[in-house]
Design a protein around this ligand. Structure first.
Ligand code: SAM
Length: 253
């Protein structure tokens, strides 16, 4: 068992069956799975889908899986964070019990690709941060970025007793549907992500306090100055990032 690889295996077959059911797998679906482990999800998926592409980092598990998986599973030995998913033309769904230590980078990597839906198991605390709304204690940079890129929902919580070795915390099954159009327009996405990051490193502070030094001559052109970061909606953060985009252009003229 390799803890640095987040090897916490799902042992409850009923949970695996429900996870696959949530993904509503059809005969022509091509499913990407990150971290098949000992194949509990892979086997269920391969019975329903046209094809499963499963990426596993652990060589020993890859060798074991090779002995048991059906011919419609393409098993890839490698790091899912490093592999270009464009290689797998046409995957349209993602189903996985994710290694928790790469939850954030792998989710944002996936959201750069085009697919219909993902059904993924995360640690419960992470899942709650993904879907949190303004004013909630779990509302974070992750919540804003996930909302901007997708429609995300917790489908059920899974008790820690359904995994081996038993982790310290419960998990959640989450459905993510990527947005084709963002819910609001930002002039510059990178600036929006940077501002969101900067704001949430001071989540209790007012916008004025965070921006007053850098933008002192322009402060009155910025909205929501008296609001605290933790209460701003993603749309409001988008509006501020657009105002800062315009101000930055003025400053750099
Ligand atoms: N799918 C199995 C299950 O539900 O029991 C295993 C899930 S376990 C939480 C995560 C799996 O991801 C492990 O098999 C681990 O070796 C693999 N893994 C960890 N990091 C990975 C990475 N960067 N790329 C691909 N697989 C990885």
């Amino acid at each position: 068992m390799k803890n640095k690889l987040g090897q916490i295996f799902l042992t409850d077959k009923k949970t695996a069956e429900r996870e696959v059911k949530y993904a509503n797998i059809k005969q022509d679906d091509v499913v990407l799975e990150i971290g098949p482990g000992n194949g509990i999800l892979t086997k269920l998926l391969s019975k329903k889908a046209k094809k499963v592409i499963a990426i596993e980092l652990d060589n020993n598990l890859v060798n074991e899986l090779k002995k048991t998986l059906s011919s419609n599973v393409e098993l890839i030995h490698g790091n899912a964070l490093e592999i270009d998913f464009n290689k797998f033309k046409g995957f349209n769904k993602v189903v996985a019990n994710l290694p928790f230590q790469i939850s954030s980078p792998i989710t944002f990597k996936l959201l750069d690709y085009d697919f219909d839906l993902a059904v993924l198991i995360y640690q419960k605390e992470f899942a709650e941060r993904m879907i949190a709304k303004p004013g909630n204690k779990n509302y974070s940079r992750l919540s804003v970025n996930i909302y901007y890129k997708s429609i995300c929902e917790i489908l059920e919580h899974v008790p820690k007793t359904n995994f081996k070795p038993q982790p310290k915390v419960d998990s959640s099954i989450v459905r993510i549907i990527p947005r084709y159009d963002s819910p609001f327009k930002v002039y510059n996405e990178q600036l929006f992500f940077d501002i969101t990051k900067k704001f949430f490193s001071h989540r209790r502070k007012k916008i004025k306090t965070i921006l007053k030094n850098r933008y002192k001559d322009y402060i009155n052109q910025i909205s929501f100055l008296e609001n605290r970061v933790e209460d701003l909606t993603p749309e409001q953060i988008g509006k501020i990032s657009n105002e800062l985009f315009d101000i930055n252009r003025l400053i750099n003229q």
